[in-house]
Design a protein around this ligand. Sequence first.
Ligand code: LLP
Length: 386
Amino acid sequence: MKMQFPVEAFKGIETPFYYYDVELLQATLDAVKREAAKYEGFHVHYAIKANFNPRLLEIVNKAGIGADCVSGGEVRAALAAGIPADKVVFAGVGKTDKEIALSLDAGIFCFNVESVPEIEAIERLAAERGVVAQVAVRVNPNVGAHTHANITTGLAENKFGVNYEQLDGVIDVIESMPHIKLIGLHFHIGSQLLVMDDFIALCSRINELQELLMETRSLVLPHINVGGGLGIRYDFPDKYPIPDFEAYFATYANNLKLHPGQQLHFELGRSLVAQCGALITRATYIKSGTCKKFIIVDAGMNDLIRPALYEAYHRIENLMSTKADGVYDVVGPVCESSDVFCKDRRIPETQRGDILAIRSAGAYGEAMAFGYNCRELPKAVLSTDL
Ligand code: LLP
């Protein structure tokens, strides 16, 4: 199944906008559910940060998938979409009292905690309410995911999680707190990982750690959360519209030694929503420089920041031209020289007014849009709207 573009309908819609193919989203969600269900105790949470469009969240909820949140706003968005509180996990190094309070009041499943002062804040707020908060300690596994430096999170020098050496002390603190119950360990090594080796390395670290906790504290926790990170093929979105969830879950099933009854949680963002979304934009002008040709489009870095921020590759297709290729830089209208979607790319010869699709933009596209230059936030159109 590949993403479909109803070009005739697009002609009547003001650009830029994000377009989501609901059929492909549904097929992706069906695939992740089917593959996870092959294993006892595997639970998928959708990492809302990838795309918090409320209409997509409702579709995710209908698929029976939980939520991974990183702010009070995301917890609210998950609940508003109907995702049950007992399927919501909340991570992040900087949870404020207000965010913790609203999550306690909602009765979320688990806080992924990252520091002692945060644990103290949760204890205080849970005590005020007379409730017990369930927490998992986020452990920094010091596993280097081979991806862009800005989206690697599992290395020792990152701000995330607590280090191995500190873990024992952190568990002591939690065990001394009457309103906090330690239910698990949480990990996340990075994003856009396409080779399974990094996940295998994570499994070995978790196995070592579980053995150590067993030996030193006779401790077996009921939940292990391995975060997200499964990548997608930005180079061939039509050849690989649905990520290889089968290989991904099999990697964990084959390499992670779980104790009997232990539940395994995943926080998948990009792999669930990236391929079903595209940023649709019109060529405003074609401009020839001395040695370059530019397609100036009406979408900018404020609509999709990934190329400017991570030098990310997105395929760009002209939906209206089948002419021979030209070589272009595709750039936006924003007053920043980094407002560039691609450089020296072969794209069919393009004319003013042509409609282009910037592919694989369903994750970290709309969610990261902003209003610089007083630009309007991009709208979203679902295939079911047309
Ligand atoms: N869990 C935790 C703790 C995370 O930090 C993340 C992503 C995820 C789950 C979901 O990861 P995913 O399955 O989507 O790889 N804006 C960047 C990506 C940032 C990822 C941050 N953390 C990008 O556009 O590539």
